[in-house]
Write a protein that binds this ligand. Structure first.
Ligand SMILES: [Fe+2]
Length: 258
């Protein structure tokens, strides 16, 4: 499997605190069947000073240290660099300047948004990135208030080629029953196309869990589509290949759980 969202780089953001914790995360991911993991630390943004250490130079340094440690310990996990980009005005310019990273050598970018952003603000930024030639991976849309209110609000973005990344913990019930119900609804209605762990550490709560999440998705939509969410589609994202995910099925009744 390919996990496109993690905070595995040590001593960098709110993810792995130490190199040892990062190694433990890598071991846990491999044990669950993950072979490729994107290291996507939070990019520096205008609202969170905790991420002010972010720089591509430090990211590259941490990546090099972790790759060497994994090689030494014979842990077979390929790491791909990226950034969890904070969706705010100016991201296109910062990507062009090389301050924020797409996944590896691809044109795909992982973008999160302030949880209370309205759909129109999200769409403006997504479309600006798409016009600039980037493929947008929308990080954990299930956390967004407007999506919790109306999951169908994701349909226009999906129809424009944006890909939705559901977080494994949401589907596994670790974030509570209401979030679990929303996650299941998003999977069943094909409103999410990728599952990522968003792992922040080796232990309970946003840990490497892609195998368990994929198994749960398979119970809902079958093995083939669940596998695509964790293998084929992520592989095409990393290689800028063609992707034609299943069409969304509109949710008939509002969830009214949040
Ligand atoms: Fe994240």
């Amino acid at each position: 499997m390919i996990d496109l969202h993690s905070h595995i780089l040590h001593d960098f953001d709110d993810g792995a605190r130490t190199l040892e914790a990062a190694i433990e995360m890598a071991r846990a991911a491999v044990a669950m069947g993950v072979r490729v993991m994107a290291a996507t630390p939070h990019g520096r943004n205008s609202t969170n000073v905790d991420y002010s250490r972010y720089s591509v130079a430090l990211l590259t340094e941490r990546l090099t240290e972790l790759r060497a440690a994994l090689a030494e310990q014979e842990i077979n996990l390929e790491l791909v660099p990226g950034t969890e980009i904070y969706g705010e005005p100016g991201v296109v310019e910062r990507l062009r300047a090389g301050e924020l990273l797409p996944y590896g050598a691809s044109r795909a970018v992982l973008v999160e948004f302030p949880l209370s952003s309205p759909a129109e603000v999200v769409e403006q930024i997504v479309f600006a990135l798409q016009v600039a030639g980037y493929r947008v991976i929308y990080a954990h849309p299930e956390r967004m208030r407007y999506v919790q209110h109306d999951p169908n609000a994701l349909v226009p973005l999906i129809e424009r080629g944006a890909l939705m990344q559901l977080t494994g913990d949401a589907l596994l019930g670790i974030q509570g029953p209401a979030m679990c119900h929303l996650a299941e609804t998003l999977v069943i209605h094909r409103l999410v196309q990728i599952i990522g762990s968003d792992a922040h550490g080796p232990h309970f709560g946003r840990m490497p869990n892609l195998g368990a999440a994929c198994a749960r998705a398979a119970e809902l939509i079958g093995d083939a589509e669940a596998d695509a969410m964790t293998r084929a589609i992520p592989a095409m994202i990393l290689s800028d290949g063609p992707i034609s995910p299943p069409s969304p099925i509109p949710v008939r009744r509002p969830l009214s759980l949040f």
